[in-house]
Design a protein. Structure first.
Length: 275
């Protein structure tokens, strides 16, 4: 294995080549035959952007859809066929308004849409009751280091005093079939603590969501908005069952949208989780 730099997501494709040779090349026949690739990372591999590793003349995502997952059982029964419409949850930062509006417009092409700007815990009821097929949450994400015993706590910051912590998600009556967490570090994992591996995105997945989009690290707001609009536009065409293909289409389209390589590389920090 190559030595692990601080952030693989910042490297050029040439610098990522040793990682492709170590992690992908041993599975060359299987990858070439695959239409879908499932990644079940552990420990420090959570931070490897497998989908963006070089493959032939492009990246792995050019070859097939890529889904990340957890090799554990969920704490909720499998969800039935999607019901209800789409929900957009907007945090109180004025900067989130443009993304929320753009996503709501894209979702409205396929589902009836409700937009919630929560100010109290009760306002989060629709998100945590399994009433919607799709939810898009635009908020600040926070990864809090507590102490060596309790490890960490991950939560969404929705207002000055309103938060949505991981433990609340795991105890929720239900969750949407697909959740897009447009929040920094919403799928962050710390393998060195007892809380490692259970991020906000993983909590939704464990509770019963079929698909969750999250960010492993901080993502620029411009990048998050561009990807979100493209993803939900593709999702309206592909349908919920086609979420991996919609994620792939949005990622590849958005990657050519930025003139700055540093912004384009921030897309590597996004993940699609599936179960």
């Amino acid at each position: 294995m190559p030595g692990s730099p601080i952030d693989l997501h910042r490297l050029s494709e040439a610098a990522l080549q040793p990682w492709s040779e170590a992690l992908l090349e041993p599975f060359f026949p299987e990858i070439e035959a695959a239409d879908e690739i499932d990644i079940l990372p552990t420990e420090s591999l959570h931070h490897v952007p497998f989908h963006a590793l070089p493959w032939e003349a492009g990246i792995l995502l050019d070859r097939a859809t890529v889904r990340y997952g957890l090799d554990v059982a969920t704490c909720g029964a499998d969800l039935a066929a999607p019901r209800g419409g789409a929900l957009v949850v907007q945090g109180d930062d004025p900067y989130f308004a443009s993304e929320a509006s753009a996503v709501a417009a894209e979702l409205a092409e396929h589902w009836p849409v409700a937009v919630v700007r929560p100010t109290r815990p009760a306002d989060l009821g629709p998100l945590l009751a399994g009433e919607y097929a799709v939810a898009h949450v635009v908020a600040h994400g926070e990864h809090v280091e507590l102490d060596r015993l309790l490890a960490t706590d991950d939560r969404l910051l929705l207002g000055d005093t309103l938060t949505l912590p991981r433990r609340t998600l795991l105890a929720a009556p239900g969750v949407p079939a697909l959740v897009h967490l447009s929040a920094c570090r919403s799928s962050f994992t710390d393998a060195e603590t007892l809380g490692g591996g259970i991020s906000l995105a993983h909590a939704f997945l464990l509770r019963g969501a079929r698909y969750v989009v999250g960010a492993i690290e901080d993502v620029d707001g411009e990048v998050a908005r561009a990807f979100a609009s493209r993803f939900h536009r593709a999702l309206a065409v592909e349908g919920l069952a086609g979420a991996p293909e919609a994620w792939r289409e949005a990622y590849l389209a958005a990657s050519g949208e930025f003139s700055s390589p540093s912004l384009a590389r921030q897309l590597r920090r996004l993940r699609l989780y599936a179960r």
